[in-house]
Every structure is written in C-alpha cells, then in structure tokens.
Design a protein around this ligand. Structure first.
Ligand SMILES: [Zn+2]
Ligand SMILES: [Zn+2]
Ligand SMILES: [Zn+2]
Length: 286
C-alpha cells in the first residue's frame, strides 16, 4: 500500500529561467528581498532500499535545489560531507533556466561521472558537439529520448516526453514530461508559446490528473508596451483549462508577475478558481 509520501513530485523552483531577483532589476518583486529559484521539479521514489531521485531540468540554481534534496540523495561512498547526484536528469529544452545548471556536474564543480541525462536527440547531440559544452558534459551519460516513448523510472513509475510548441532557435525542440505513478498522472510543462498552437493538448490532458504549467505572465501590463513574449498569459491559461477536470498548478513565474504577491488582486483571482500556485517544497503524490 502506497502512502502519499512513498512516491511524489516536489517543486524545487517556481520562477522563470532567470529566477528572483531578475538580474539587473529593482521592480517591487525583485527588491522585496525574496529569493526564487528557476522552475524545477524532482521525482522522489522512496519505496526501494535506495531512494531514487529524478530531476526535471538543470537550472542555474541547481546547487541550492540539490540542497533541498539532501535528505533523499545517497551519501557519497568515499568523501565525507558529500552526497551523490540525482539518479537521472531529464531536460525539457535548451534555454538558460533548463540547462544552465548542467556545468555544475562537470569537472569544475560536482565532477560526477556517468550521470544519466536525458534530452531530445537534437539537444543531446548539440551538447556533445559544441566545443564550449563538450568538456563540461563529457562525463555525463547523455541519452537521447524518443518523443512519446515512455521510459521506466521505477516499478509503476514512467516518464514520457511530449513535444510542445516553444521558441526553438536551435531546432532541438521543447518537451513536457508526463509522469505516470501508481496514484496519479502528472504533466510538467514549464514552457509553451501558446495553448492554441498545441493541437495535441486535449488528447494529452485527457489522461492527466494534475498539470503543472507555464504561467510566466499575468497580463500584458507587465511588459510596459513591449511586444508579447512567447508564453501564454495566466488568464488565457485559466480559460483554456476551464473545462478540464484535473488540478491545475501554475509555475515558471516571471519576476514581474503580480501573482507572486500573496493577497494581491491577481493572486486572489487565480486562487479563487481553485488553481494552485507552485512553491518550493510543494509535494504532489504520484
Ligand atoms: Zn523557461
Ligand atoms: Zn524584477
Ligand atoms: Zn524556454
């Protein structure tokens, strides 16, 4: 019998790629003194003799995010004070907040060897072929995944990459991950350009109980007249998911997003719909 805490996803960061504060910004959120890490999710399976930890994305804040997992990561065999890296990492795409932490596993930092890192075939090849990146990832076990093909993480626990439309300068794709556990199915989708540009949305969501999705911007007011960036606005997301029966959780907040302020008009409006906001430490049973 599984308890809620046997297998779970846990939020390790809820901000857009650049985190909070945003570099070079003194907006009210950035000067509030609050620190927020880039969007990241861990999957923790404590059922076996050894706890299994999978990370989705390697963010620029990864060293702090691994600290949050210290109780679940195995101690290093030979070095006192050290713990091991997670058992695997899955990369959604090639933007700063999603791969920027990979060099922390390289020779200048944690110096791991053989850590499985799953990415699209195109991103896997690019990481290994780019002269700047290749020495930093040389000791990682980079494994290309196939879209829509499930990969087992543990008994009764699989992860499936699902392509989604998102600005793709390098032609390496962007992926959401569907996590299927014994209790429920979770979709983790931190970046998408536009719900309407994703024809598969309805069929993918039909098999999902909880969706943790891109909520970078609340409204165009945040952009001070600059052209809209490639992320849906929260109100459009709420409208798109209005008839969906699952639990919606918002993440990947831009530093300008008013929902970051608890009790603000925006945060209240979102919470009143039953939608949840991601925060570090939020557990979602799988
Ligand atoms: Zn992002
Ligand atoms: Zn700011
Ligand atoms: Zn992105």
């Amino acid at each position: 019998m599984n308890t809620d805490r046997d297998i779970f996803a846990v939020v390790l960061g809820e901000m857009q790629d650049a985190g909070l504060p945003h570099i070079g910004c003194r907006c009210p959120n950035c000067s509030s003194g609050r620190v927020g890490y880039a969007a990241c999710l861990a999957v923790v399976d404590t059922r076996g003799a050894n706890t299994n930890v999978t990370l989705i994305d390697a963010t620029p804040d990864i060293k702090h995010q691994l600290e949050l997992l210290a109780d679940y990561l195995r101690p290093h065999g030979e070095r006192p004070y050290r713990f091991n890296p997670p058992d695997a990492i899955f990369l959604t795409h090639a933007h700063l907040g999603h791969i920027g932490g990979l060099p922390q596993f390289g020779p200048e930092a944690m110096a791991v060897s053989g850590l499985p890192v799953y990415a699209s075939a195109e991103l896997a090849a690019l990481l290994q072929e780019t002269r700047l990146w290749s020495p930093m990832v040389a000791n990682l076990d980079i494994r290309p995944f196939t879209p829509h093909q499930s990969i087992p993480l543990a008994p009764n626990l699989t992860i499936t990459p699902i392509p989604v439309p998102h600005r793709d300068e390098l032609q390496v794709g962007t992926f959401a991950f569907k996590l299927q556990g014994p209790q429920q199915t979770l979709l983790y989708l931190p970046d998408i350009d536009d719900w309407q540009a994703w024809p598969e949305a309805k069929s993918v969501l039909a098999g999902v109980d909880t969706a943790v999705v891109d909520a970078s911007f609340y409204s165009l007011d945040e952009l001070n007249g600059r052209p809209p960036v490639a992320h849906p606005l929260i109100m459009d997301t709420l409208a798109f998911f209005a008839d969906w029966p699952g639990q919606l959780v918002l993440t990947h907040f831009n530093h300008t997003n008013p929902v970051l302020v608890k009790g603000s008009e925006a945060e209240t409006a979102v919470s009143q719909t039953g939608t949840q906001l991601a925060y570090p430490g939020k557990l979602i049973p799988l």
